[in-house]
Design a binder for this molecule. Structure first.
Ligand SMILES: *Cc1c(COP(=O)(O)O)cnc(C)c1O
Length: 431
């Protein structure tokens, strides 16, 4: 048995100082155990906790670490950048380089503004969309997460046509009323909203590959249909590619599926492990952002030289297409191995995987939307999670999150994880 005594002590201290003991709720172990483990170091695909337990890391900081922990190119770029200063609040050349990289690789982006988180990116993109269209309402999808800005923390009521109700205290109804919810992978639910509010919807914001209800890939025709509806009703289509950007392909999901959104939000990978976000799109729309235009948006640390250096160093590595081939190979190996292990143990699972993302849903149902994801047996997930943790595999501590495979993972990591999963599924079967 592993000891978690040091993590426990740190958690007992943290919980008195930090709400819930964590600086972001997804890190908490509420759904899977008593207290989170505290990590002290990462190397490649592995992490080591404060009790010296080692794990294969399947969250990779929830996305940024597509090459695993401490890729040499990023570490070196950071060391070099730090010698010239940490921040200026004055333009630097590397900001141009980052903008150029994004514009050259993300097909729909002609102009881009850097910010410091994904939340800032989506919040700013929506402000811009509202200003550009002179409309107030936005459409989002149940189960999609776009950061924690007020108007994006909204869940649907019972039907897709109900006006948004806040999913957290602190969001005024007056704001929630302008957020409409649709069902992921269901164009009819989107069209119904457009028919109800034909001239009031500023934008549809969507994760082109949904990663925040567990992984839910878009069904054939879904994204094309969204593009057509937005064009027809003169609303903007916003792709939130904070996860899928530079992950689904070097040009994100939009390149993979050949769809052109009006605005794109980025984050995670583009910061190379430092806090970064970005939003970009057509020049005509982006020119509305201050100081070129009237839509205000600013940031003391936006385009921070350390973050740009780390991000660019990582992005430059991704020009090697073999990385994506490798990620796909490892992830499908993992998905197929897990499915077989679950079948052998007689545990019902539905596994979604795409590129380097994967979720094992403990349900028989196909998972193509939030409602179906919710049919998962979270008690089974908890037993599976604990067994995997005990065996040295760090999975997202929630049924409704993606596993992230990195290029630092080896076939051995994957094969061993499948062997461990056989024992974990057995534990689930014996519940
Ligand atoms: C993580 C995430 C965000 C928020 O990014 P932060 O940097 O955590 O603010 C927004 N959209 C999606 C799709 C995300 O996965």
């Amino acid at each position: 048995m592993r000891s978690f005594e040091n993590s426990k002590k740190l958690y007992q201290e943290a919980v008195k100082l930090i709400p819930g003991g964590v600086n972001s709720p997804v890190r908490a172990f509420q759904a899977v155990g008593d207290f989170p483990i505290f990590v002290k170091e990462g190397n490649g695909s592995h992490i080591i906790d404060v009790d010296n337990n080692e794990y294969v890391d399947f969250i990779c900081s929830w996305g940024p670490l597509i090459l695993g922990h401490k890729p040499q190119a990023v570490t070196e770029a950071l060391k070099e950048a730090i010698n010239t200063g940490t921040t200026f609040g004055i333009p630097t050349e590397i900001e141009n380089e980052m903008a150029k990289f994004i514009c050259e690789n993300v097909p729909s982006v002609e102009m881009v503004r850097m910010v410091s988180s994904g939340t800032e990116a989506t919040m700013s993109a929506l402000r811009l969309a509202r200003a550009y269209t002179k409309r107030d309402k936005i459409v989002k999808f149940e189960g999609c997460y776009h950061g924690h800005a007020d108007h994006l923390l909204i869940k649907a009521g019972s039907g897709a046509l109900t006006l948004g109700v806040p999913s957290t205290p602190g969001v005024p109804e007056s704001i929630a009323n302008n957020t409409l919810n649709a069902r992921y992978n269901d164009l009819i639910s989107v069209e119904a909203l457009f028919k109800q509010f034909p001239e009031q919807i500023a934008a549809v914001i969507v994760e082109p590959i949904a990663g925040n209800m567990g992984l839910v890939p878009p069904k054939a025709g879904f994204l094309t249909g969204l593009r057509e509806l937005c064009t027809k009703y003169r609303a903007l289509l916003i792709f939130d590619e904070v996860i899928s950007g530079f992950r689904a392909s070097i040009g994100g999901a939009q390149k993979l599926y050949g769809i052109t959104p009006d605005l794109t939000c980025l984050g995670k990978i583009i910061g190379g492990g430092l806090p970064v976000g970005a939003y970009g799109g057509k020049k005509e729309i982006m020119s509305q952002v201050a100081p070129a235009g009237p839509v205000y948006q600013a940031g003391t640390l936006s385009g921070n030289p350390l973050a740009m250096a780390a991000g660019l160093a990582l992005l430059n590595q991704l020009k090697d297409e073999e990385i994506y081939t490798k990620l796909e190979r490892l992830t499908s190996l993992l998905a197929l191995g897990l499915k077989q292990a679950a079948d052998e143990a007689g545990v019902k699972v539905s596994i979604n995987y795409l590129g380097s993302l994967l979720t094992v849903f403990f349900t028989e149902s196909l998972v193509e939307c939030y409602e179906q994801a919710q049919s998962s047996n979270t008690a089974q997930f908890k037993v599976f999670f604990q067994s995997m943790l005990e065996q040295g595999y760090y999975l997202p501590p929630s049924q409704f999150e993606c596993w992230f495979v990195s290029a630092a993972h080896t076939e051995e990591d994957i094969n061993n994880a499948v062997e461990a999963a056989k024992r974990a599924f057995q534990k689930v079967k014996e519940m």
